[in-house]
Design a protein around this ligand. Structure first.
Ligand code: SAH
Length: 305
């Protein structure tokens, strides 16, 4: 049973029913000897006593008795290993540990829209396993304005409204106060930014472990916030969206799938389109003959390069 600070009766916490709770590593419970976080186990290489590699741990299943490590073998086969002393001789987290624990903060006026997009399927599971963390922060929560106004008319006239610098800055300050010694990068999603590509996704994964994605809306944001606080501007293409949310989701999704452990194997993305400047070959799945169209012979042998 959990007790939330500041909540004294059950009804007040009703709103959290069915929701997921994330705990930062700094605040996580202390582990006893021979206890591990699942996030630390996933991605570890399983080796036999003779030094032979069995595969990589991809999941941990809780049974009524002991936990079971799910290991994906080199050939893609699944091996289930009971996490008991007879089977698991030694766990060395430090050596095999995922070096990356990527953290995203997405500054937006529409947190639900972003969260719905990034809480399903592969990225949702990666968050659940603790391989990465994605938090949305509502810029509107940081207005000092009593009507909670976040935008105003542009100087010099023109259509629409511009988001004010103050709520953006206060929101960013609050996020940065939790960043500790992380390597952070503040990115404004903008049609005027540098065109986004796979190289940029790799650079963001390699050079930072904290990405703050700022989503504009309406006519954009006050230029002075960009000058003072933004490290780079990224565009997802030469077209204009109503807001930065879809762009931020595209960036977060494409960086997340490069984080070790999110996909079952690095080959999942190193063989893919755009990784080294080429596009992937066409893909086929069952049946072999669909409406008279055959799967290319070379793919049927199982020995294609
Ligand atoms: N007036 C601006 C467009 C504002 S669109 C201009 O002409 O440049 C509103 C918001 O949507 C922007 O603040 C930005 O955050 C986001 N946005 C729109 N198109 C985008 C794109 N192609 N890439 C990334 N973000 C985009």
């Amino acid at each position: 049973i959990l007790k939330f600070k500041g909540y004294d009766n059950r009804n007040d916490v009703e709103c959290y029913r069915q929701k997921k709770l994330y705990v930062t590593r700094e605040n996580a419970v202390e582990l006893a000897e021979n206890e591990y976080f699942i996030a630390d186990l996933i991605g570890l290489r399983a080796i036999t006593e003779d030094g032979e590699t069995l595969g990589k741990i991809t999941d941990v299943i809780h049974t009524g008795a002991n936990d079971v490590y799910v290991i994906e073998g080199e050939g893609g086969e699944e091996i289930l290993l009971p996490a008991i002393r007879e089977c698991v001789k030694k766990v060395e987290i430090a050596e095999g540990r995922q070096e990356k624990d990527m953290k995203f903060h997405i500054m937006t006026l529409f947190p639900d829209m972003v969260m719905q997009g990034l809480d399903t399927s592969i990225i949702g599971r990666a968050r659940e396993k603790g391989l990465l963390s994605i938090e949305t922060v509502n810029i509107r929560d940081y207005t000092t304005n009593k009507h909670k106004k976040v935008d105003d008319y542009p100087y010099g006239g023109g259509w629409g409204c511009v988001m004010m610098a103050q709520p953006l800055k206060s929101c960013l300050d609050d996020i940065m106060s939790t960043a500790n010694d992380r390597k952070s990068r503040v990115i404004y999603m903008s049609p005027q930014g540098k065109p986004y590509d796979q190289q940029t996704a790799r650079r963001l994964r390699d050079e930072y472990d904290h990405l703050v994605l700022v989503c504009g809306h309406y006519e954009g944001i006050d230029e002075r916030f960009i000058e003072q606080c933004v490290d780079e501007e990224i565009s997802i293409g030469d077209f204009v969206l109503t807001g930065g949310e879809i762009a931020a989701m595209a960036v977060a999704d494409s960086v997340c799938r490069l984080v070790p452990g999110v996909l079952s194997d690095e080959e999942c993305f190193t063989g893919e389109s755009h990784w080294d400047g080429v596009l992937e070959y066409p893909q086929y799945t069952r049946p072999e003959n669909w409406r008279g169209r055959e799967v290319p012979e070379v793919l049927l042998s199982g020995h294609h390069a």
